[in-house]
Design a protein around this ligand. Structure first.
Ligand SMILES: NC(=O)c1ccc[n+]([C@@H]2O[C@H](COP(=O)([O-])OP(=O)(O)OC[C@H]3O[C@@H](n4cnc5c(N)ncnc54)[C@H](O)[C@@H]3O)[C@@H](O)[C@H]2O)c1
Length: 450
């Protein structure tokens, strides 16, 4: 098949970069989204994604001006597309940790009603294993009155993008593509060869589903290991970053960086998407890793209480400045951000102010763009996100404007020695404080430079 036109269903963090990358290659591209305001913004050549997203704003503007990218809420326009790429959200229910597939069902159902015979459908959304077989195929066949393999081609090609590197990962990373049959795999190869620089590793549908959820579960487990080391080091009066440096001198070891919690759209949910597909066997390492990582923001609040107590203050009469609402450095993405849990826990107990240079929407507390205004009069700074602007905080200036000099560092951005030297009460994830023990001098390489 030749691919002259594509329709991308869902123009979010994944779909929008996918759409404008195809458009930038001269493919006539339709970005279909139910969010009319988003569609309008894209059609005006403006990126709806804030944060540092190299190249994205320019690509959208050029593609819209050049006429290769059009956004729409009108599904009927996908009837002319050679390929339909579905990139809608596949979240979990926070209370039950079960997948919520109604968005996917609805997008696939409507796409199925309008797609043309012979089209290739690629599902890029992350799926609980067996969703292609149990949900996508029956929904598409019912809506279209056509048969997969006979009347249309079908692949699952999960995404590997992340905020801050959306275009780069899309262009450079290898990807996995699972096909319904050989013809679908062949068509999928043609489609993705238009935009990909990395290799395409082909398999069947279920292996693509399992490998996507597990590549994220794997990373979550590695981070949970680092977080367990951090909690242990706090009790042992040691520094987890020094331990990490030493552990990683051993061949075949690659201990991750601990922190205030794991956020973002994918890692906090994909382990649950994977586990949800199992009825008999119950994975334990994957799910307990998830629980360890979910506890880290709660532990941040414990450190805040501890720091304030050492500083002689009660939480109820304190003003706490939360630095960073986004889950990732220099991004506007707040989905599952550890900051949300920290704010939930402190809300109603302390006076809260939140600083984030990229996020536009407030969450339960005043959001301030000016860092000086946020820290003025505060009794404790809580560093949740490693935004670039927090990397070179001037401790002396901070101390002069804060009411109480206390810092909780969830990202190892500050040296505990320097903070204490400047008169701060300091707590940090993985930074044990051995009372009366020998002081340990942090080598520069232990500071978080990621
Ligand atoms: N965000 C990431 O970095 C990332 C990385 C890899 C994989 N993924 C996976 O990709 C999928 C999409 O994630 P995302 O971050 O882009 O989500 P998102 O919420 O940013 O984007 C989804 C878009 O789909 C639109 N939408 C919802 N229902 C629709 C419908 N019926 N028809 C058309 N549009 C509809 C929404 O308005 C939104 O703009 C998820 O399965 C996610 O797990 C995300």
């Amino acid at each position: 098949m030749s691919i002259r036109s594509v329709a991308v269903v869902g123009a979010g963090y994944v779909g929008l970069p996918v759409a404008c990358t195809f458009a930038s290659k001269g493919v006539s591209t339709l970005a279909v989204d139910i969010d009319a305001a988003r569609v309008d913004k894209i059609n005006r050549g403006i990126s709806p994604i804030e944060g540092e997203e190299p190249g994205l704003a320019e690509l959208i503007s050029t593609a819209v001006q050049g006429g290769t990218l059009i956004a729409t809420t009108d599904y009927s326009r996908i009837s002319s597309a050679d390929a339909i790429i579905v990139c809608v959200d596949t979240p979990i229910d926070e209370a039950t940790r079960r997948p919520v597939l109604k968005i996917l069902r609805s997008a696939v159902l409507t796409a199925g009603k309008h797609m043309r015979r012979g089209a290739l459908v690629s599902i890029e959304s992350t799926l609980p294993p067996r969703t292609m077989q149990d949900v996508v195929i029956p929904t598409l066949e019912e809506a279209s009155g056509m048969k997969a393999g006979r009347d249309f081609l079908l692949v699952h090609c999960p995404e590997r993008v992340m905020p801050g590197r959306l275009l780069r990962n899309l262009r450079e990373y290898d990807r996995v593509l699972g096909g319904f049959d050989d013809a679908s795999i062949e068509a999928g190869r043609k489609l993705y060869s238009i935009i990909m620089g990395g290799k395409l590793h082909t398999s069947d549908l279920v292996h693509a589903e399992i490998s996507k959820t597990l590549e994220n579960a794997y990373r979550d487990v590695q981070i949970a290991f680092a977080n367990e080391v951090a909690l242990a080091c706090e009790e042992l009066g040691a520094d987890a970053y020094e331990v990490r440096r030493l552990v990683n001198t051993c061949p075949f070891r690659d201990m991750h960086i601990p922190g205030a919690g794991v956020g973002g759209h994918c890692l906090p949910k994909d382990s649950w998407l994977f586990a949800s597909s199992l009825n008999g066997f119950k994975p334990t390492i994957i799910t307990s890793a998830r629980e360890t990582n979910e506890r880290m923001p709660v532990h941040m609040v414990e450190l805040v209480e501890d720091a304030l107590s050492e500083a002689g203050r009660k939480i109820e009469s304190s003003k706490i400045a939360v630095l960073g609402l986004a889950f990732l450095h220099d991004s506007d993405d707040t989905r599952h951000s550890p900051a949300l849990t920290i704010i939930d826990r402190l809300h109603g107990h302390a006076e809260l102010v939140v600083h984030d240079p990229y996020v536009a929407k407030e969450y339960r507390a005043p959001l301030v763009r000016d860092l000086d205004a946020a820290v003025r009069g505060a009794d404790c700074l809580v560093i949740v996100t490693d935004h670039s602007c927090y990397r070179n905080l001037d401790l002396h200036k901070l101390k002069a404007v804060m009411r109480t000099p206390a810092i909780v560092d969830g990202r190892n951005l500050l040296s505990s020695e320097e903070c204490r030297g400047a008169g701060f009460v300091y707590r940090g994830i993985g930074k044990g404080m051995r009372k009366g023990g020998p002081t340990w001098s942090e080598p520069a390489e232990c500071k978080n430079k990621s």
